[in-house]
Design a protein around this ligand. Structure first.
Ligand SMILES: Nc1ncnc2c1ncn2[C@@H]1O[C@H](COP(=O)(O)OP(=O)(O)O)[C@@H](O)[C@H]1O
Ligand SMILES: [Mg+2]
Length: 148
């Protein structure tokens, strides 16, 4: 487990950028938290850290957006999909990029066993608690790395 409290949008973005530096192809990050918790904001930071130059927006209506960076970033928001809608997620998860899934618990059965769960909570106007829960050995190591 790793926990950080941020006090501004910018701090969440810079944490995302730092986290991105530890990611590799095939990594899957599952973001949880209410609307406005900061899931998309954190993803903007991840994108920055992956060297994505295009602007990252919420993929709510498109479900999946792809960005080119040091590694490709696949950004999904599955808030509106049906449990058993087949969108070929597995190909992204096993692919050559990093996948970030907002509301990923909605497709829990489709997610790889090894994944990094990130839950975000709004503590105040600008305060957010970000908790990283590793699922799989690789992410235990990653959390250790973040603590250094
Ligand atoms: N510490 C913070 N971290 C992230 N976002 C913050 C923070 N403080 C305020 N905000 C604001 O909260 C909102 C988060 O929105 P967004 O990232 O779209 O959330 P979600 O994707 O979880 O619905 C943005 O308007 C952002 O400016
Ligand atoms: Mg969002």
């Amino acid at each position: 487990m790793y926990e950080i409290i941020t006090h501004s949008e910018a701090e969440t973005i810079s944490f995302g950028a730092r986290l991105a530096g530890l990611l590799k192809a095939g990594d899957v990050l599952v973001l949880e938290g209410d609307l406005g918790a900061g899931k998309t904001t954190l993803t903007k930071g991840l994108a920055q850290g992956l060297g994505v130059t295009r602007t990252v927006n919420s993929p709510t209506f498109t479900i999946i957006k792809e960005y080119q960076g040091r590694l490709p970033l696949y950004h999904m928001d599955v808030y509106r999909i049906d449990e058993d809608e087949e969108l070929g997620f597995e190909e992204y998860f096993q692919g050559d990029g990093v996948t970030v899934v907002e509301w990923g618990s909605r497709i829990a059965a489709l997610l790889p066993e090894e994944r990094l769960r990130i839950s975000m909570e709004r503590l105040g106007e600008r305060e957010r608690r970000i908790r990283l829960v590793p699922e799989g050995g690789r992410f235990v190591e990653l959390c250790k790395e973040l603590r250094k």
